[in-house]
Every structure is written in structure tokens, then in C-alpha cells.
Design a protein around this ligand. Sequence first.
Ligand code: BES
Ligand code: MN
Ligand code: MN
Length: 440
Amino acid sequence: MDDLISFLRIPSISALPEHAPDVRRAAEWLRHWLAQAGLENVRLIEGDGNPLVFAEWTKAPAKPTLLLYGHYDVQPPDPLEEWTSPPFDPQIRGGNLYARGAADDKSQLYILMEAVRRMLRERGRLPVNVKFLIEGEEESGGEHIERYVSSAPAELRSDAALICDTAMFAPGLPTITTGLRGIVYGEIHLQGARADLHSGDYGGAAPNAVEAAAQIIAALKDRDGRIRIPGLYDRVRRPGDTELEAWRSLPFDPEQYREKEIGSPALAGEPEVPLLERLWSRPTLEIHGIRGGFTGEGAKTVIPARAVVKISLRLVPDQRPEEVVRQLEAAIAQATPRGVTAKFHLLSSAPANLVDPQNPFVKKAAEAMEKVFGRKSVYVRCGGSIPIVGLFEKFPGIPSVLAGFGLPDDNIHAPNEKMSVENIRRGIDAIIAYFDALGA
Ligand code: BES
Ligand code: MN
Ligand code: MN
């Protein structure tokens, strides 16, 4: 706990340039910890962006090699006033550890680290070979790890990647994630007049960039949550009947979900599509923020010349990010009113990923978790994205095992992020059981 807490104290927020020194400090902290724990070839892999942390222990010949992936960067903590205890002053309350990064992903990464350290300390060796690859820009769409992995370095060669960066479907229910959505994230930059203008003098003649933003946003989705981008659904693949059947038997009550996790009077999205299908196997389009015009106190009569819209789409199999970008650009052009110029700037993208539940590395993970949690593992997908999973699959050809120990109400990316202390403890036991099973 002390070590994990000192890791959590570092505000390694990759999206905010002013935190660059903290991001580096988190990488250095990991390097030091991993070396102390007895790992070898511990080093920072420098490049364009935040350093990758590499470490390995490969003295189990003829045993499988696992690539242990995690990320040491975290999301910005705002709004600060909504945190019960400060985001970078970790505190334990009611069996939960509260801090930014508590669940996403520092404690979960720490589960992998501590499992390895404990085995090395108690036995002087590991039942399998391991290679840590830890990145510092997962939360901000950085490409350093993509360039590194795509170059297929020999030192990365492994049989499977093990990632603890997802959640269990319910408390006490061991969970394997078999699908991640992809993402296209970018900004729409709008320009009307050359500069802001008096709305009395020029109203009726000058185009309004904020109004154009609203018109474009409104045109991209209908009131039933269907995305109105021509061609967008063409490649969407429906999950197979077996998978859909498994989802129907999960312990899930949409009404309770609305009340407990969402807290809105009704749910959005395609009403005819069952909720878990909407969350896991349908594309989405979300607006994350709008910048433009006058937002101060009081009244200012101005016609804004510029506006920026932050927007993303979540992608599902078999959508292609480049194609979705082209479709989105065409839909934006179609919806842009006269006199306004709209440009889409792509910030990051990744395709959706599926994991084969029959893969022996996946099956053994499910069994190991069952031993520790005393319950049958469930297979789910998740709505979020872990961009590097696709590249592990594509370049060195490494399948990913997504075995996370977060909980659905951990508030990742939100105020009061938490991680169950019990899940950290059981997570470590489960990873050790998994390594033992693979090494047997
Ligand atoms: N750990 C999450 C992915 C995730 C989210 C898994 C929800 C399970 C449930 C990851 O850190 C994340 O937040 N990814 C970003 C990627 C994006 C910034 C490219 C995401 O999904 O928004
Ligand atoms: Mn994460
Ligand atoms: Mn995240």
C-alpha cells in the first residue's frame, strides 16, 4: 500500500503539458521500483512523447512469455471541487482507495508488478517469463508506443499480452473482457467572419461560428441516438448469437444502472437496441466540449467568428478509422451553414479489438480467477478503448488477455476515482495463480 500510494501521489497527467515533469517522475519511479524488485534490463525507452518503461525477467526457458502492459499516465482530475479528498492525496475510506489513477490504471498496473515482486522475493524465480511495457500517454492518444511496437522489436517477443486495465462486471465476479471499442477523436474548427463583430451592427449579415457548431452537432445524430453519418453503419458487425446469449444471462438491471451509475431521468441511445449491446457493440458519437463566443458573466453582444468542437466516435468491429474520418468529414461539410468554414483535425484513432475467448491464454486466465474469486468467470466486452491492443495483435502478433479488477462504479476519468482494496489483494493472488497455471 505504501508503495502504491507514493505512485498515486505523482500527478502524471499526460494531457496537460505543465505536468510533463510529473509524467517523467512517474516513469522514473517505475524504473527504480522494477529494478529494486529484481527485474532486469530495466530502462526507459525514449522517443517522441513520454518514455516507455521496459523491464523483464526471462530465466524460465521453455516456459511461456507474457508481455505485461499498463499505463502510468492518468486523466486530468477536474472538476477538483467535486473530490471528497484531493485526487493526488490518496486515502482509504470504506475499503476503497481514492485517488486519480486508483483504478485507471495505477493500482491495476501495480497488481501485475506486485505479483511479480512477491514471487521473486518468495521463490527467487518466476514460473513464466515476463516483459513489462508501460506507457505514459495512453490517456492522451500519444503515438510513441505505436511507433515502438510497430517496429516489432525482438525484445518484445511474447506469447500473449496481459493487461489489467478493465473492470469486473460486478463485485466478486471475475471477468474477462473480449472486446474493446475503437475510437476516432478530433476537433472541428469553425471560422465565420474574420473577427468577432457587433451583433447589432452585423446581425443579419455575419455568419455565427457558435451557431454553426450547434447546427453541425445537431445534424450528426438524431433524437433516437442514431448517428446520421452516411455509410457509418455499413461495416458494423453484429455479435454472434452465442455472445449475445451470454450477455443476456449477465446479472444486469438497466433500470438500476440508470439510477445508480448514470443518475439521469432517462437513458439516451438507440431505444430498440438492448443496453449492453449499445454499450459494447454499437458505434457512438459524443461531443466533449465546445469552445467559442462569450462565456463570461453578464451580456456581451457579439457574433463569434470562431468556435471549436471536441468530438469523438467509438468504433466497433469491423469499422475502419480512416474510413470513418472521411465519412465524418463529409457529414460535417454537408451540415456546415453558408459563410462558415469547417475543418476537422484528427487527434487520435484506433480500431476496435476482439479477443478470442477460446485462446488458451485467455481460458487459463479465466480459470485462475475462478480459483481466487470462487465463482465462474464471465466474458464481457467493454465500451472503452485501449489503443495498443490492436497493434500487439497486428505487428508482433501477440493476443491480449484483458483481465481487469476495477469495478463498474470506480469513477474512472471522473471525480472520486477509487479502487477496491480487496480487489487489489485478490487481483495479485489471481495473477500469481495465473502465472503458476501457465508455468505448470
Ligand atoms: N482503461 C481505459 C479503457 C477502459 C475504459 C476499459 C472503460 C474498461 C472500461 C483506458 O485508460 C482509457 O480510458 N482509454 C481511452 C483511450 C482514448 C484516450 C484513446 C478511452 O477509452 O477513452
Ligand atoms: Mn486505462
Ligand atoms: Mn483511461
